[in-house]
Write a protein that binds this ligand. Structure first.
Ligand code: NAI
Length: 727
């Protein structure tokens, strides 16, 4: 007998085992309306089988898709309005949890046959099964990543994983949302067995059912069940729970409610009965679904990121392209990373520097990265020699012959860049693209020496290249659509996320990032304690405070960039970084303090000890009598960057809101739960208002107190008048 019930194929075999193969409408199985409809009838059908003549011996849950089950329907989740908590709670209880509970209470074994990724809600279904078997291949991932979306696993994921593994073992997965390979999931105890092939899964599940007909009671439903590792009185558990909130606060600065809620549900799970814990978990999820943090994360880190990666900013009618040979000019910090990233993606790379030795030194970087991976067991010696075989290090520009892309990454100097461009471009293949990795020089200026300016573009990588997921593609006035498409395709070939912007000093990312450091410098000059400035910068959610980050970037670089801009006659249009520049110039000229890698800057870096503020900084700037509300300091640090992002959108430097949000998240370090610097405006809450109106009010206030740089750009008023948000 075979039947399809709301996307679930229901088959009973001659051994009275029912296999339910999920084959829902759409590309993946997801916890949406169709799932709820199916699960409203399937447990009842299985219960009825028990009474049938043939009876029921077991149930196998399988998938007809490439993945097992994708989890919650994010579109549905992100559209839940504020104040809908009670309705969400009831829905989770009645439509998600109750059917799973009925499934796991069947008096026959239920087995999950996991053929591919089982994440979030998908893995929660598996946790409600008596046995979990996974096909061991590279695309099969297991995990409960809800926390990374600002949510918690509310389909029983928190409660069941703690009852299965104990609090100590389960908590890191719940709080970090780490994805596991099948082998890791087996090692931890999240799954019970692996098969080497997808085809063997269902037979293995059926064989297990036949061999274990009695294995139908979940550990937590057994008499005398105790949570592994003990209950709340176990000193280890007490310690974990006692320390976890502090550890968590350090990471989230109290701005992300999801981990806090997960901890609270976890603490309840070890103190109350199983059913009550499930209800507490539902309350937690119902609350988190309605928070702006979850909406922001889902909007930007999921939908907008996907939109960008799937080519929303790529000219649609350009032919798809692939780079097979890339040339890189300059084997310094950036060039060596670009060579590695290209070779990793299977692209032949020619790495050029002034001498063969310098080029080889750049290539050695790839060897070191591969050695680290070999040590960690992720790569083999054969992988290393294959990758190194794809990188040719040389001082001879003629080796660039036939490159379909050349990326220039020499020192940040207009004349040098012009010289190497002229020398290298003759070797480009027909229709090849010439790109610069400049971080501060105008593309329109650098393209002046290009033989074919329509084939010239900016491809701005971030450091360290092998790790940073973002690439900022910058179009000059003459850059053609086909060049943009080729640069975009190259970025995707490297598996990076490309945002596309128009030329402007500092483009988008450096321009906005500059305002972050500049506002730090302004607060310093106004007399605030530097320790406070950096602490509050982190409380906004930035990974590092504005002064500490300036030291990392180096005062020296800031000075050099401003000197170049002055020479070019474009000084000060870079997001008005005048204060930052003045302070950097003073620190270098009078005290030789060029930043962390120049012997110290705002901070001192004693060997073997934590960095500390350079004492003289207090003498120079600190005015203990100056008082400023902490909220103002935090908002100044955040709003400077948001206002600058809005200006980039208004001026057409940013071509889309998605580019701005994703660029600020992946390239500037905007806190994930803001959803990026433009999304901040949509969900900002102030004086009982929400969105652009609240944001504009606060801008007015800050501008009145601290200067016009905080005034809301015209585009905010336009959105307000149109009743729109930055979607
Ligand atoms: P770097 O100083 O580490 O490397 C520059 C390399 O260019 C050196 O190895 C140098 O020997 C080589 N070089 C100089 N003249 C050359 C010539 N005529 N032919 C071939 N090679 C030559 O500099 P870094 O940090 O790698 O920066 C390179 C470019 O990337 C700059 O335009 C910089 O603005 C940009 N960039 C830097 C980032 C960073 O975090 N360092 C981030 C993004 C962009």
């Amino acid at each position: 007998m075979s039947d399809k019930i709301h996307g679930f194929i229901y088959e009973k075999d001659s051994d009275a085992i029912v296999t339910i193969t999920m084959d829902m409408d759409g590309p993946v199985n997801a916890m949406n309306g169709q799932y709820r409809e199916a699960m409203a009838v399937i447990p009842g059908m299985l219960e009825a089988e028990l009474e049938s003549e043939q009876g029921l011996k077991g149930v196998v849950l399988a998938s007809a898709k490439g993945t097992f089950f994708a989890g919650g329907d994010l579109k549905e989740l992100s559209s839940v309005p504020k104040g809908a908590e009670e309705g969400q709670f009831r829905m989770i209880e009645d439509k998600i949890k109750a059917p799973l509970r009925r499934l796991e209470k069947l008096p026959v074994p239920v087995v999950a046959a996991i053929n591919g990724a089982a994440l979030g809600g998908g893995f929660e279904i598996c946790l409600a099964c008596n046995h979990r078997i996974v096909a061991n291949h590279s695309r099969a991932q297991i995990g409960l990543p809800e926390v990374t979306l600002g949510l918690l696993p509310g389909g029983g994921g928190v409660v069941r994983s703690i009852h299965l593994l104990g609090l100590e073992k389960a908590l890191p997965f719940l709080l970090e949302g780490k994805r596991m390979s099948p082998q890791q999931a087996l090692d931890v105890g999240f799954v019970d067995a692996l098969t080497d092939m997808v085809e063997k899964l269902v037979p293995a599940a059926k064989a297990w059912i036949k061999a274990n007909p009695e294995a139908c009671v979940q550990p937590w439903d057994m008499k005398g069940h105790k949570i592994p590792g003990g209950d709340v009185w176990n000193p280890k558990v007490v310690n974990t729970l006692a320390v976890a909130p502090a550890v968590n606060f350090r990471k989230t600065r109290g701005l992300l409610p999801a981990p806090e809620r997960i901890l609270a549900v976890a603490a309840d799970t070890v103190t109350v009965d199983f059913e009550s814990a499930l209800r507490i978990e539902s309350r937690g999820l119902a609350y988190l679904i309605t928070t702006p943090q979850a909406k922001n994360i889902i909007t930007s880190s999921f939908f907008q990121l996907n939109k960008i990666n799937s080519g929303a900013s790529r000219p649609a009618d350009a032919e798809p392209s692939k780079v097979s040979k890339v040339g890189i000019l300059g084997a310094g910090m950036m060039g060596q990373g670009i060579a590695f990233a290209a070779a990793r993606a299977g692209i032949e790379a020619v790495l050029i520097d002034t001498t063969d030795e310098a080029a080889e030194k750049g290539k050695a970087y790839s060897a070191r990265l591969m050695d680290k991976q070999i040590k960690a067991g992720r790569k083999t010696e054969a992988d290393k020699s294959a990758l190194l075989g794809r990188i040719k290090a040389s001082a001879d520009y003629a080796s660039l012959q036939g490159c379909d892309l050349i990326v220039e990454a020499v020192f940040e100097n207009v004349d040098l860049k012009a010289k190497v461009t002229v020398e290298a471009q003759q070797y480009l293949s027909e229709g090849g693209v010439f790109a610069t990795n400049t971080s501060t020089l105008p593309i329109n200026l650098l393209s002046e020496v290009a033989e074919r300016p329509e084939n010239y573009i900016g491809i701005h990588f971030f450091s360290p290249v092998e790790k940073m997921p973002l690439i900022e593609i910058i179009c000059g006035q003459q850059t053609s659509d086909s060049t943009l498409a080729k640069a975009f395709d190259f970025a995707r070939q490297l598996r990076k996320t490309p945002i596309v912007v128009n030329d402007s000093l500092g483009f988008f990312t450096s321009r906005v990032f500059g305002t972050f450091m500049d506002e730090g410098a302004r607060l310093l000059v106004e007399g605030l304690d530097p320790v406070l400035i950096d602490a509050l910068g982190k409380q906004v959610g930035m990974p590092v405070g504005p002064l500490a980050v300036q030291d990392e970037v180096s005062q020296e670089l800031t000075r050099k960039v401003s000197e170049t801009h002055r020479q070019l006659g474009v000084f000060c249009s870079l997001g008005d970084n005048s204060c930052n520049t003045e302070v950097s110039e003073k620190l270098i000229a009078e005290f030789g303090r060029g930043g962390r890698h120049h012997g110290g800057g705002y901070y001192e870096y004693p060997e073997g000890a934590p960095k500390k503020i350079w004492p003289k900084l207090y003498e120079l700037y600190h005015k203990p009598e100056v008082e400023m509300p902490h909220q103002d300091i935090k908002d100044r640090i955040l709003f400077r960057q948001v206002v600058e992002s809005l200006k980039c959108l208004q001026e057409g430097v940013l071509r889309s809101v998605a580019d701005g949000n994703v660029g600020s998240l992946l390239g500037i370090g905007a806190p994930t739960w803001t959803g990026g610097f433009l999304q901040v405006v949509n969900t900002y809450e102030y004086n009982g208002k929400t969105g652009p109106e609240a944001f504009a009010d606060r801008c007015d206030e800050l501008a009145g107190r601290y200067g016009e740089r905080f005034a809301a750009p015209e585009i905010v008023r336009q959105k307000l008048e149109a009743g729109e948000s930055f979607a």
